[in-house]
Design a protein around this ligand. Sequence first.
Ligand SMILES: Cc1ncc(COP(=O)(O)O)c(C=O)c1O
Length: 450
Amino acid sequence: MSEHKRNSDNRVEQSLALYDRAGQLIPGWTQLISRRASQFAYGNSPIYAQRAKGSRFIDIDENEYLDWVNAVGAIILGHADDVVDAAVIEQIGRSSLYTLNSPLEIELAELLNEVIPSSEMVRYTKSGGEANALAVRIARGTTGRDIVLFTGYHGWHDWYQSANYLVDPASGEYPFAGIEPIGVPQALAGTALPFVYGDLQMLQMLLEQHAGKVAAIMMEPLRSEMPPPGYLEGVKQLAEMHGAILIFDEVSCGWRMNIGGAQAETGVIPDMTVLAKAMSNGYPMGAVVGSRAAMEPAKNMFISSSYWSDNLGLVATLTTIRELQRRNSAQQFDAIGEALRTTLNQSIADAGLSGACTGLSYTPAISLDLPDETLRPKVTTLFIQEMARRGVHTYMGFKATLAHSAGDIALTGRITTEALQVVKRALDSGDIDHYLESDLKQEPFRRLVK
Ligand SMILES: Cc1ncc(COP(=O)(O)O)c(C=O)c1O
């Protein structure tokens, strides 16, 4: 048994025991930092699942949860979607990986060209971080330049993590607090430079300071709010002026708000786009798409991997995109987001708290007004704890799927009210610790784009 705080009813006993074993076997416990127990209410939140369907999953202690995390956004149609899974199972019968190339590669490239405005040529990967690394390789190869200016989160690879050599690791403040570049070659320091999202002047200054050396501007075009008016247009103009390739990382903002991504929503079309996560509803897949001018030189670069032709990711992606089209996903997510905001704002009011559920429809989040900012980590953990105890797995933010029904939203509203009533009692008592039976949720790193 570990020394962590635990709920006395042993609701997640098997999860906690397995996590202790993982600590001995897997450095860092999990494969994705966002799946660490420390990201939720450690002691009450489930850590290991055994099956999932639609909007729900069952943990290894046999508890059922309504899921608002959805594999950090990778699940978009719902867990184990019948249509996608049937297509994958049918493909398994014909082999997941051929000796030869798969015609599905061409079929998917044509579909991506149809739905993603910036897409004329396409390369595939198996994850978002990998696709970002590939995009940077192509941009550097195409321009013959080394420096990448970036804002946002772009994965674990050296090109990106080297940016943290620019900060004092003791303060951990800039650019992404919480990550140290351990194991990243120091020789890469100065090759990836962060800029502050929304600050065009800073971007211009960096471009001028490194004139003729900037290969790419890599950015998440948005996360939970629309960009300031004119901002993305300004970035595109600067990129053009300085001969840098503009890359949108749409790994998190793509698909839910619009099948064509943030670029279709804002009308600002980058040179290249990075895609992954939700595009394949839970099957490993990533892609880099872009203009012919930006992408074609990649034919002379060494970019090659065995499983990038895997049929299952290809067929899952083709089917997911067609299902998003068939189910009118953008309108559905707008409706779900609107219903969530209304319901959760009512819960905040019913619990007697001040705050709001806001944010774009595809990712609304609760923000509470607190008497003292230092209370926030405890309040967040207590909220996640009380939701988990009542069978809802969530952060303060909610990532819906098309499987989330009006009934799921109503249930979430009732449970949120109860959880927030506990938060209110804890705040009124002046002793939140008394209500916390979980370790404090840790923030893994700052993402730079809100
Ligand atoms: C914007 C963005 N880029 C890249 C990644 C990395 O993707 P993956 O975890 O599939 O490597 C993420 C993951 O959260 C992301 O949100």
